[in-house]
Design a protein around this ligand. Sequence first.
Ligand SMILES: [Fe+2]
Length: 246
Amino acid sequence: MLDFHSHLIPGVDDGSRNVAMSVAMLDMWREQGFDYICATPHFYADVNTPSRFLEKRFLAYGELMDELNKAPGGAKAYPGIFLGAEVHYFRGLSSCEDINKLCLQGTNLLLVEMPFHSWSDYMIREINELSSLGIVPVAAHIERYLSIQTESKLNDLLDTGILIQCNAEFFLTFGTRRKALRMLKEGRIQFLGSDAHNLTSRAPNLGDAIKLIEKKLGSDALSDIRDNEDNIIEARRIYFERGGVA
Ligand SMILES: [Fe+2]
């Protein structure tokens, strides 16, 4: 199992505060049976450049790996970490040099956090233009926008070919559960994530959502999502085989 969206890397955003917290979060994922976690720290273009972001992420990831390697069984005893970013939409996204470097390691998938105000046609055009760069955008936690965007704007976004990620919370919240299960059943969700930030208020909780999905719809309901996860795992394996760096 793979968690597509998390703030696991210590000290780089409003997620895990330090290495000890990241290790404890990984313990929670491990107990829930996860094999891989995508670490997707926030990227805000007004405070970072891609290269500065990548450098900070690399250093913090290194500190975490050093700690994991000291544990019994070493880092291999923990879920594998795939490095990525959660890129908050900014004007100029599609023409930003190095934007491709923020894709999930070894893939052309770019997790994009759309703004929480209404989307302009210009924003939709920029998302559309990402595909001409060979990038496949993935909309982070689409459920958060369902009540604030018009149906036609949501459709405009989907028409760009953007893929959809939903948070565990969408399934675990009683008021939205039915809608979440329906969207999954209809094949409208490609990736699931916990969007975990810490050990308490926003802890890794995707295991609970998966249990619920399997109970309500059966495990076959997750087969397309599992296929998408397998593709990511394979792409990353090839990336490292070809000498890719963390
Ligand atoms: Fe997030």
